[in-house]
Ligand binder design. Sequence first.
Ligand code: URA
Length: 234
Amino acid sequence: MRLDRFLSETTPLTRSLAKRALKNGEVTLNGEPIKQSATQVDTQHDEVKLNGETLALVGLRYLMMHKPLEVECTARRGLYPRVIDLIDLPKVERLQPVGRLDVDTTGLLLLTDDGQWSHRVTSPRHRCAKVYIAELAEPMESEAAQWAINQVAEGVLLDGEETPTQPAVLRFITPQQAELTITEGRYHQVKRMFAALGNHVNALHRQSIGDVALPDDLAPGEWRELTPEEIASF
Ligand code: URA
């Protein structure tokens, strides 16, 4: 990797500020001062220091967060804090949510800077199951509940769409609380599925994605790294 790129990957410096730091003699390569931006760095073996501090590349990262209410999954700053504002890591802006949650949805959110892995989790082709708990405005009992379960199992047509949803699994925990397992990630899918059934979602929480479930001891706003097993499970 070119030295100026290495500096911009490992510090908050832009490429042009990295070049300036090099010109100013602030950088050493294996103990020797170095000024040429185009110098190649062996990222495994060379030691690069900026003003005496050793620099290391940030590897690919895989996190889970318990997304709280009123926090947004966007990269842009807006009305609400962003999920990445809750994460104190270098180069945090590189972390992308793996399938977004609405600002008023809570629960399991995965984040990574590994685009290929993210695609594996979200691509409809991989049919990765996502489990949501929805609090409903209208109670659905006996026949209405069974009708809804059957509709969801067959696929429902969402407002403005031409193809029905993939078969999904609906289970009522109480008449006003339902668990819905889907394998797609269409825009506002869960809320729109219940709207298609003539109901309304008052609150929504994501419990799991594939084999990865939100742990009970991860409080809203907290995050942790995924384990190697969790990463490999997708
Ligand atoms: N479906 C929704 O409607 N909202 C979410 O946040 C996630 C899935």
